[in-house]
Design a protein. Structure first.
Length: 466
């Protein structure tokens, strides 16, 4: 397919092709199975074009891509403007190296299928598919989304790019794409979440078979996924320390928090099936003099199920920029997560953020909080209401000087900048691996062509009696 600049777009019709293809109307397709790093690859040739020529073209394309910025097309189950977390931290940094197209899940409404494109910070472009209501079933939805993505790639000359998946469900409408590499940033065990699609596990297995490199959002998730792919790396939640450390010096309370008495027990984040409502209720009722400040959107649960107590204050969502101002006024920061399948592998981003703000942390026994935070003396762990109360009391009475010193030492080696640099290097390695595979195939094809030529020459000689 050609874009309006005359360049060929990064779209193909066959799955997992290292050898690129332009989708033109009068192309005769010749499928030829080959092996690239253990993957089955289908290439497509034009009339009069040899396999050697096609491999050479792709070799040059990948090699050139290493010398200039590459784009990222990301497919996410989370919306960019929902809560600022791992995807935003990483991909905003990726946008310094090339364009980032962040494709969200579709919205069903009136009107024709269309892709709404909005620019965010830097070179981040948020793409929101809008589909007609009658396209909500799987087959017509995936057909419509596939067409929208092909148009996006074509119209914006997205030629050399990495595919970055947060949701395996996007495989249903992105198999036609021809990336330099495929990244799966597995930030949660999505199949354990409420309302997870039935096909999610099957799609994830397929994504593992297609991915060149896999990142996990924490150590526990790494341990669960490392046997499913040969190239898996753990990247637990990082932090922008300076942003949250500003909370140590802020003295002015936000307007909706200023009237809440101390001591304040604070939490920010998504309030959903992972939030331990019973624990909040038990602690709040047992200590009415402690005031809970709960900041964040309420999703996938009934707001009526949350405790309605005079000492529990729900302040709704706040922007990433506002969070330090709220943290500054808290006495203890908490992680009151329920212990269930949906929290088994989580690595809360807010843990290092709380520490950067200089706050004592009390959490339920989430594995990726116990390791490393409790083990390093940076968080207290408690599950039952009475245990949680005791932990908060200890936090309120502690001398924070030594804890903050330990936290600062830990945080000095932990940043989103550092995480992105490490991820980017691994992506470079994945592109290089594909390059070397293409080079190996080029050489094999060349040798094969020479053998075929030699065989034909021998046959001709035999036929003429030479």
């Amino acid at each position: 397919m050609k874009n309006n600049t005359g360049q060929s777009s990064g779209v193909r019709q066959d799955v997992n092709a290292v050898v690129g293809v332009e989708d033109e109307t009068h192309v005769n397709r010749i499928s030829q199975e080959q092996s690239f790093s253990g993957k089955s690859v289908t290439s497509t040739l034009r009339p009069q074009e040899s396999i050697s020529e096609r491999v050479t073209t792709n070799f040059e394309k990948i090699n050139a891509a290493r010398l200039r910025p590459r784009d990222i097309i990301c497919f996410s189950h989370l919306r960019w403007d929902f809560v600022y977390q791992r995807p935003q931290h990483l991909l905003s940094r990726g946008a310094a190296e090339g364009r980032v197209f962040f494709v969200e899940e579709p919205i069903f409404d009136e009107g024709p299928a269309r892709l709404e494109l909005r620019r965010r910070e830097g070179d981040v472009w948020v793409a929101v598919p809008h589909l007609p209501i009658n396209a909500s079933s799987e087959a017509p939805m995936e057909t419509a989304l596939q067409a929208l993505i092909i148009n996006l790639v074509d119209e914006h000359s997205i030629n050399d790019y990495v595919l970055w998946y947060y949701t395996p469900m996007a495989l249903g409408w992105t198999r036609q794409l021809n990336p330099l590499a495929v990244v799966y940033d597995c930030m949660d065990e999505l199949s354990a979440f409420k309302n997870a699609p039935i096909a999610l596990r099957e799609r994830e297995a397929e994504l593992f078979s297609r991915a060149d490199v896999v990142f996990t959002g924490g150590q526990s998730l790494y341990e669960a996924k490392r046997h499913q792919h040969p190239n898996v790396y753990a990247f637990p939640s990082s932090v922008e320390t300076a942003h949250f450390a500003s909370a140590r010096h802020l003295t002015e309370d936000p307007v909706d928090q200023v009237g809440i008495p101390h001591p304040r027990i604070g939490f920010y984040g998504v309030i959903d099936e992972r939030f331990d409502i019973a624990l909040l209720k038990g602690v709040a009722e047992a200590r009415p003099e402690w005031h809970w400040v709960v900041v964040g959107p309420i999703v996938k649960i009934n707001p009526a199920d949350l405790p309605k107590l005079e000492n529990v204050h729900y302040l709704c969502s706040k922007s990433y920029q506002e969070l330090p101002a709220y943290l500054a006024g808290w006495d203890v920061a908490v992680l009151p997560f329920a212990r269930n399948e949906s929290t088994r592998f989580i690595s809360p981003t807010k843990t290092p953020e709380y520490l950067a703000a200089g706050k004592p942390v009390v959490s339920t026994s989430i594995r990726d909080v116990v390791r490393p935070y409790q083990e390093l003396g940076l968080a207290r762990i408690a599950d039952a209401p009475e245990e949680f109360i005791a932990a908060i009391e200890a936090a309120l009475g502690e001398d924070a000087t030594e804890r903050i010193r330990r936290a600062d030492k830990f945080l000095a080696q932990n940043s989103w900048d550092r995480t992105w640099r490490q991820m980017s290097q691994l992506i470079d390695d994945a592109v290089k691996t594909r390059l070397e595979a293409a080079q190996a195939v080029k050489q094999a094809v060349k040798q094969g062509a020479m053998r075929v030529a030699g065989t034909k020459a021998s046959a001709a000689s035999f036929a003429t009696g030479d």
